[in-house]
Design a protein around this ligand. Structure first.
Ligand SMILES: Cc1cc2nc3c(=O)[nH]c(=O)nc-3n(C[C@H](O)[C@H](O)[C@H](O)COP(=O)(O)O)c2cc1C
Length: 215
């Protein structure tokens, strides 16, 4: 079985990235791009990002997770702390986040250190979730082998009964990570494969070195 994909070829022509007009701070540049991608439409979940971790088995692993907030400090997502990614982050907090936004032919790659979000912030976000998602977080031992789908569904039904009249509190194994960036690379597709790549690298605590990389 085979399929040749050599004819998938596209010229990227929608935009450019210029040292003269980019922001000095990469989080502000991220915000600018994020707003433009949202406004450009054509992407259902512009906050879907690939999170790559160094696994305990020595393999890198990537999976899609939703970015739920960004601030001056960094990028926040929520997950199960006991999951495969949670255990990987515990051992190796240095992780990579990446976004691909085909509507504007852009990619952003962020390297940073992940830390557990303060418990009260995770509580606040958990509280804002629909009850079905709250119970799902309790019922699902994320990344563990389960006997069947029915096992999960009947555990959920039992919990729905139990929590009919009481609020669902955040389980301690579920919460947010804040990823503090140390490097952020912005990629803008350009014609003739001469794409723009601008990398910001953190120098000390606050200042960012800005460099252009060859495509
Ligand atoms: C669009 C999309 C959004 C997702 N969002 C999340 C999320 O916010 N948090 C999460 O834990 N998993 C999310 N997942 C599931 C993860 O990709 C992954 O299956 C799960 O986190 C278990 O990963 P792990 O076993 O490597 O820890 C999402 C998947 C997709 C496709």
């Amino acid at each position: 079985m085979q399929k040749d994909l050599g004819n998938y070829r596209r010229s990227y022509e929608k935009s450019g990235l210029d040292e003269a007009t980019i922001k000095e701070n990469p989080l502000e540049q991220f915000q600018k791009w994020f707003y433009e991608v949202e406004a450009g439409q054509g992407i259902d979940e512009p906050n879907a990002m690939t999170v790559s971790t160094l696994g305990l088995d020595g393999f890198p692993k990537s999976r899609v997770v939703l970015l739920k907030k960004y601030t001056d400090q960094g990028f926040i997502f929520y997950t199960n702390y006991n999951s495969e990614k949670g255990r990987a982050i515990e051992a190796y907090p240095q992780i990579c986040l990446s976004f691909y936004w085909p509507n504007l032919e852009r990619q952003v790659i962020i390297k940073g250190r992940a830390e557990k979000l303060a418990a009260n912030l995770s509580d606040g976000y958990f509280e804002s979730r629909p009850m079905g998602s709250q119970l799902g977080a309790i019922v699902s031992p994320q990344s563990e082998v389960v006997a069947s789908r029915e096992t999960l569904e009947s555990a959920l039904v039992a919990l729905e009964d139990e929590y009919r009249d009481k609020p669902v509190l955040r389980p301690s194994h579920w919460g947010g990570y804040l990823v503090r960036p140390i490097s952020m690379e912005f990629w803008q597709g350009r014609p003739n494969r001469l794409h723009d790549r601008i990398r910001y690298s953190l120098q000390g605590d606050h200042s960012w070195l800005i460099e252009r990389l060859a495509p």
